[in-house]
Write a protein that binds this ligand. Structure first.
Ligand code: COA
Length: 261
């Protein structure tokens, strides 16, 4: 990682923290950020010292204020398609991650920023966070999955209201609509994300990973097929050391020591 990196990665206490570092542009997503994010996610995924990944933006004002409008303004149609596909590949990488990815959102999460937050498995907002898909005001539509993930998270009516008007909603509305899991105290979005990560870190890493897989993949399947898939992964648990340890620890009235195997 060089000083010119726009995405910084630090691992501590089982958590890989990925920070988008473009504070002068409110952490707007350009081609370089998308590329570095993909790389950082891959590295965090492969790092045995990291069991949970937190994604955030530099500073308190913004998580990410969208795709970089300056860069987008000069893209050709084919380059724009590539840009959208790169964002969607990032979503696929997060979706397929074996470790939970939590977005810590202190401020603006607009356009590609709202979409990036929605790619993550869990979201923690600060009280001043604002969410929106303002692409219509630029003559655009969301291109990193916003027309799809927003409707799945908050319902079609609310998603259409946000996408068609471009208006922002505040953190409490996002909480009420199910767009975020928690709203933290002022200045504490990252701490609250760490707290949430800590609650996951106490569990069996093997089971956490299988829960993610069952839920994420199952959501894309018809219910019958998804339940069958869940049963298969339930069976897989019985081949893990974590399941032996977790059940033994309960019966012996002690805390489990999970190995993640
Ligand atoms: N792309 C590129 N640059 C962006 C950006 C984006 N999406 N969002 C903010 N910036 C830049 C601004 O151009 C400004 O840079 P400058 O100081 O070099 O002029 C800097 O970040 C600070 O933003 P500014 O607009 O001055 O802050 P503000 O407090 O007045 O407003 C926002 C904050 C988030 C409301 C406003 O920046 C905004 O509307 N951003 C665009 C949001 C958007 O449409 N996103 C979807 C893109 S598809």
């Amino acid at each position: 990682m060089s000083d010119s990196s726009l995405v910084r990665r630090q691992t501590e206490g089982g958590i890989a923290l990925l920070t988008i570092h473009r504070p002068d542009k409110l952490n707007a997503l350009n081609v370089q950020v998308i590329k570095e994010l993909g790389q950082a996610l891959q590295e965090a995924g492969a790092d045995p010292a990291a069991q949970v990944i937190i994604l955030t933006g530099s500073g308190e004002k913004a998580f990410v204020a969208g795709a970089d409008i300056g860069e987008m303004a000069s893209l050709s149609s084919l380059q724009a398609r590539e840009f959208s596909l790169a964002g969607q590949a990032l979503a696929n990488a997060i979706d397929g991650a074996a470790k939970p990815v939590i977005a810590a959102i202190p401020g603006f999460a607009l356009g590609g920023g709202c979409e990036l937050a929605m790619m993550c498995h869990l979201r923690v907002a600060g009280p001043k966070a604002r969410f929106g898909q303002p692409e219509v005001s630029l003559g655009l539509i969301p291109g990193f999955g916003g027309t799809q993930r927003l409707a799945r998270l908050v319902g079609e009516g609310r998603a259409l209201e946000m996408v068609l008007t471009g208006k922002m909603i505040d953190a409490q509305t996002a909480l009420a609509w199910g767009l975020v899991n928690r709203v933290a105290e002022e200045g504490s979005a990252l701490d609250a994300a760490r707290t949430l990560a800590g609650e996951i870190l106490r569990q069996s890493p093997a089971a956490v990973s299988l829960c993610l897989e069952a839920t994420r993949k199952g959501c894309e399947m018809p219910l019958g097929e998804a339940l069958h898939f869940e049963a298969s992964l339930f069976g897989v648990c019985f081949a893990t050391d974590d399941m032996r340890e977790g059940t033994a620890a309960f019966l012996e009235k002690r805390k489990p020591k999970f190995s993640g195997r």
